[in-house]
Write a protein that binds this ligand. Structure first.
Ligand code: GNM
Length: 458
């Protein structure tokens, strides 16, 4: 039926995992085979668009409109953003020439919260599709950075008169997506909640991992952020013999303040979550590898120092947590041809000691920050989340596997493998003694970048 038609004439996509990277300008074509540009996502090959919703953080409305094919360029677009006051006025001003673009401001009632969630809801003549991704709706995020996405199958309409609970997936993705949308308490999203209820999401094999701002107690503590991840790993993965030797990897493009030492959050509640495997009561301390670009990674990148404009780690934050930098590893991604395409993707995973298998994999908007993941308060009786975040969790049990084999050569994409396409090189490469983490608000004027420029922030 229509799904086969579209899949057959879309670029050969590895649809075991439905995990894709963005195209990067300037790479050998083999490293972009199976990667997707925003214009591919909005192409008629994936469906005949009726209306869409764009959840994001940063928008260039005129550029966004141009990414739709001409035949869909006047279809209604609802923008979900977190801007307030003058920023909101500037955003709405951008859409002045585009009457088909409407706006919904997400509530941000807790200080320092942001609307990081990046998602497309695509309503077609043929059905419905969800894309959860890491890219902003600006040209620079789709040019020379490493970004990723999960693209849902085409969800067909349910037969008339179906119960709303029909169309649920084995991972309860439909219920969880509807609850996430409901958490905005936004009238503009009501009709979208209704539309999703009328579709069959049963082919979804990922779990939704979301954050929505608030202070949560009791059972609500496990609905969002890292306690949600802990709950999912507890319920849907299994203990592994020798799991204390299975490293945790966190990879991100920004870092919040995590306290004066590791026990304050990272090596406490967050590590407890990332090392959860099934219902074992062990609390191992496996290696934790954190991937964040060094200054040299940024200087030698395709974009040069300007890549650092999207790696907003401030000196004020960094100087309070020098202990963190001992966990850091460089951005190296020869396997995907993206060692010089700085990461804006955020991924977290648990790997085998020989780096050939995965116990689970998460792609998300959430950086390494308490604001994104939540932090326990009031003697662990409450968790506080500041930001909206969205990601999807892959667990082997949802794919009838015990672990995911890792595909060490994900490009060019080949439908032959069942390996998971981890986008960067394993094992991770530790910082050398001379390496320092990229910090965006200090100067680098000793050596020029790939474009012959230095970096002197104003
Ligand atoms: O959610 C996102 O994608 C982002 C959030 N905050 C940012 C800041 Br602050 C400065 C530069 C880039 C970003 C960014 O990319």
């Amino acid at each position: 039926e229509s799904e086969d038609f579209f899949e057959s004439c879309t670029p050969r996509l590895d649809d075991t995992y439905r995990f894709y990277l963005n195209k990067v300008t300037g790479l050998d074509r083999e490293y972009n085979s199976g990667a997707l540009h925003i214009r591919d996502l909005l192409s008629p090959l994936f469906g005949t668009l009726k209306e869409s919703v764009q959840f994001n953080y940063c928008f260039d409305i005129a550029w966004m409109v141009k990414q739709f094919p001409p035949e869909f360029r006047d279809r209604p677009v609802l923008i979900i953003h977190g801007d307030k006051r003058e920023a909101k006025a500037r955003l709405l001003q951008q859409a002045q020439p585009f009457p088909h673009v409407r706006f919904c401001q997400a509530k941000l009632d807790i200080a320092f919260g942001t609307h990081h969630t990046k998602m497309m809801l695509l309503w077609y003549e043929e059905g419905f599709r969800v894309i959860i991704l890491t890219s902003n709706l600006i040209r620079a995020d789709w040019y020379q950075k490493t970004q990723g996405m999960w693209m849902s199958p085409l969800f067909p309409r349910l037969p008339e008169g179906s119960r709303p609970s029909a169309g649920e997936s084995p991972t309860f993705f439909k219920r969880d997506l509807l609850e996430y949308l409901a958490s905005y308490r936004a009238p503009e999203l009501e009709e979208w909640i209704q539309r999703i209820k009328e579709h069959d999401l049963s082919e979804t094999r990922v779990y939704l991992v979301a954050s929505t701002p608030g202070r949560y107690v009791g059972p609500d503590m496990e609905r969002w952020g890292h306690l949600r991840l802990r709950k999912l790993l507890h319920e849907h993965t299994n203990p592994i013999p020798g799991e204390e030797r299975w490293p945790v990897i966190g990879q991100f493009s920004s870092i919040g303040s995590m306290g004066a030492d590791k026990t304050k959050w990272l090596a406490g509640e967050f590590q407890r979550t990332l090392t959860t495997l099934g219902k074992s009561s062990l609390h191992p301390s496996p290696p934790i590898h954190l991937l964040y670009p060094s200054v040299e990674d940024v200087r030698l990148s395709l974009e040069g120092f300007p890549a650092g404009g999207s790696l907003p780690y401030s000196i004020q934050t960094a100087q309070k947590q020098l202990w963190l930098h001992s966990y850091f590893h460089r951005w190296k991604a020869d396997r995907s041809g993206r060692s010089h395409a700085m990461p804006h993707i955020k991924t977290y995973m648990r790997v085998s000691p020989d780096f050939t298998q995965l116990a689970w994999f998460l792609i998300t908007s959430a950086n390494l920050s308490k604001a994104a993941w939540g932090a326990l308060e009031k003697n662990n009786s409450q968790v506080m989340v500041r930001s909206y975040e969205l990601g999807v969790l892959y667990v082997p049990s949802a794919f009838d596997m015990k672990t995911f084999p890792i595909d060490e050569t994900p490009f060019p994409v080949s439908s032959s493998t069942s390996g998971f396409p981890v986008p960067f090189d394993l094992p991770p490469t530790s910082y050398s003694p001379k390496d320092q983490p990229w910090i965006w608000n200090i100067s680098y004027s000793q050596e020029p970048d790939t474009h012959g420029n230095i970096w002197v922030p104003s």
